[in-house]
Ligand binder design. Structure first.
Ligand SMILES: [Zn+2]
Ligand SMILES: [Zn+2]
Length: 145
């Protein structure tokens, strides 16, 4: 597959590499793993450390620490209180990851709806169908309890 072995330039060192799932060449990825371990070890010993303190102690750039936080790879009270993460969808303040719990639930529901709609090839009689579904739900309620 062409998509599987897309060639890219590493944004860190400029080396050409075949893109898999991370936009970094294997060497920089390994380097990033080392930095990740340093940060993780440091915040375990210093749970209240801010990003600046962590960056100074580990020699890991603040941007990289921020990325670890955004990816949800590290969780630390001190780091989180020194930055503000926002939900990509609604902008709410979140503790980790890219979306707040509400939006994550909604996104999951949307994905389910889309795949459900795609499965229905003939959506001509939505009224009758929802009527059927209501009846099924009512039957299930009666039988279930
Ligand atoms: Zn690189
Ligand atoms: Zn949200």
């Amino acid at each position: 597959m062409i998509f599987m072995s897309q060639l890219r330039n590493c944004p860190e060192c400029g080396r050409v590499f075949s893109y898999l799932h991370r936009n970094l060449c294997p060497r920089c990825l390994e380097n990033e793993e080392d930095m990740f371990k340093d940060v993780r070890t440091f915040i375990k010993e210093n749970p209240g450390a801010t990003i600046v303190e962590t960056s100074e102690a580990t020699n890991v750039p603040e941007d990289t620490i921020l990325r670890f936080l955004r990816d949800g790879r590290i969780v630390s009270q001190g780091l989180q209180s020194s930055i503000v993460l926002n939900c990509n969808r609604c902008g709410d303040v979140i503790k980790a990851g890219t979306h707040c719990q509400t939006c994550r639930d909604e996104l999951n529901r949307e994905i389910r709806n889309v795949s459900g709609a795609a499965a229905k090839t003939a959506p001509q009689k939505p009224a009758a169908r929802s009527g059927d579904r209501m009846r099924i739900l009512e039957d299930r309620k009666k039988n279930g309890r």
